[in-house]
Design a protein around this ligand. Structure first.
Ligand code: ZN
Length: 213
């Protein structure tokens, strides 16, 4: 999930991406990405964002290394949540850190979620402004359940449960949506969604990128 404008430190002009994951085949083992430290975030209208991510079968050092690279990429962007599919790897892995969202001087408080599952959603709903690192510079209000309970494997492969409300609940739902190929714009009206997709498709064409959504 992208950082909102009020907290926005934009990607600096000097930021460089050292490796592209654009052509990663989902069938490739994670070792393919072994030496990547900073990952390339894919954006609309890249069709890979619509892929349904496969479960992680074993939490090993390769998975941990990849999660660390995801976290670094997320901090650098900067964002408060990132799903592996956003860096081109359709596996059910998410990194989240909402600490700085509350207080800019807060210490990092990263959350690594492997195979996360929403066990419970509150009937109460809440509206928050959302953004997405894969839909840069676009923000919109989205209504979702106000609280959720999520089960996941942590970075050590231990089963955990977390109950969250506020921005963490928003972020968890936003990132878990990514694992099923769902973007936050899918929660908006068709008119708004079509406008955003059209805008990004046009920009991609100007930039010479093929394969519109
Ligand atoms: Zn997102």
């Amino acid at each position: 999930m992208g950082q909102q404008p009020a907290f926005g430190r934009r990607r600096s002009a000097g930021a460089t991406v050292v490796s592209s994951t654009e052509n990663v085949d989902p069938a490739l083992p994670l070792t393919y990405l072994e030496n990547v430290s900073k990952l390339d975030i894919i954006t609309l209208p890249d069709r890979k964002l619509r892929a349904r991510s496969a479960p992680v079968e074993r939490v090993d050092d390769e998975v941990r290394r990849f999660l660390d690279d995801m976290l670094e990429t997320m901090y650098e962007a900067p964002g408060i949540g990132l799903a592996a599919v956003q860096v081109g790897l359709p596996r059910r892995m998410v990194t989240i850190d909402v600490a700085k969202r509350e207080d800019e001087n807060a210490d990092p408080n990263p959350l690594f979620l492997i195979n996360p599952e929403i066990l419970w959603r509150s009937d109460e709903r809440a509206v928050h402004e959302e953004g997405c690192l894969s839909i840069p510079e676009y923000y919109a209000e989205v209504e979702r359940p106000a609280s959720v309970r999520v089960r996941y494997l942590d970075r050590d492969g231990n089963l955990q449960e977390i109950e969250a409300d506020s921005i963490l609940a928003v972020c968890l739902q936003h990132e878990i949506d990514h694992l099923d190929g769902i973007l936050f714009i899918d929660h908006l009206s068709k008119l708004k969604r079509d406008m955003v997709i059209k805008k990004f498709t046009k920009q991609a064409k100007i930039a010479g990128k093929p394969a519109p959504l």
